[in-house]
Ligand binder design. Sequence first.
Ligand code: C6P
Length: 427
Amino acid sequence: MSTVTENAALLPASLREDFPILTNNVLGGQPLVFLDNAASTQRPRQVIDALSQVYERDYANVHRGIHTLSERSTEQFELAREKVRAFINAEHAHEVIFTQGTTASINLVARSWGETNLKAGDEVLTTVMEHHSNLVPWQQVCQRTGAVLRHVPLTEDGRLDMAAFDLLLSEKTKLVAVVSVSNTLGTVNPIDEIVKKSHDAGALVLVDAAQSVPHTTTDVRHWDADFMAFSGHKMLGPSGVGILYGKEALLDEMPPFLGGGSMINEVRLDGFTPAALPAKFEAGTPPITPAIGMSAAIDYLNRVGLEAIHQHEQILVEQAHAALSQIDGLQILGPAPEHRAGLVSFAFDRIHAHEFAQVLNDRYGVAVRAGHHCTQPLHKLLGIAASTRASFYLYNRPEDVDRLVEGIAEVQQMFAPKGRKRRRKPQ
Ligand code: C6P
């Protein structure tokens, strides 16, 4: 059988030395194996140093002072915006809005674009595999406007049912809000096709790219997405910073979401005029240092190469998928490796996800996530309350996958030895 990764190569193991946290931690007597990257990644020394350097030499508020430090941090902050622009191949730097994260970016669009443009009878089309961040804001805006929220279902193997998508998409659809890679199933969605069909139907598209931008090359202009959201902390950068990309013409038309300093041109006692992009959507002091840290993270990712990172993760996920497929009673969520990105979630009918995560941590030093991963509707649909998720990044190694698999075998032996039926823990 041919594999996805026939010509792929692993990244050099020496790259791990850039990540102090990987060598500074021993869990349960074992070196840390960090497989919780879909929740948040670790930072290389280069990002930590960039952060220290700002705080030690260059920090001041941005766009406010004419003193040297303010000039320096403003320059670095705006350079970060340009780095993000190039990283996603946006046309203009002012189409890149700094927010707190993916959640804040999606809420910005829902509140600003949604409340202005949606009305009773309109439809927003999303999918059943969305993270709560791409569901709840649309539920809220639909409640306020009377628009209707619809959901694209899944195929048997955990991909988007594109035949159902075609049926659900209509002239009533004003926006399609879709995740590029599911944080639970690992499914890679056909964004090109979704954007093309949505545009043909007259709908805009927002892509929740939190789980794809860190792992593979992104070309937002090639996708032709109208809005795209992602987070710095999932791509080796600090927490507290995220990006909303929006097409200039759309952002220009949208009213500001938050009011306050920076987002104005002029304020009178009886009103204000908003600033031009991107300041219009960056009220208050922005995430200055996190943005500069994100810029250092982008430099790091570019040096390693996004295509090389993607291939590396494909090798690991294929290895994990093959090994987990051999385990009796273990249900892998989501599709075959050729349709998934570098993560794998699983459920076992006789053992709760928390038991896996606890033993993996305490006895194997393996950090995984257990729970619903902020995709409760998806878990409900799959008929499980929780799953365990291993998610990979550029510093993970095949040995990490071996350790995960060894740990899972021990958990099974402890909690559900063959031949002994165990009552399911109440959820
Ligand atoms: N998923 C996970 O463990 P924030 O928290 O705003 O940076 O990102 C939210 C978010 C939005 N969309 C997707 C697809 C995501 O995966 C996430 C974050 C983490 O899966 C934390 S719940």
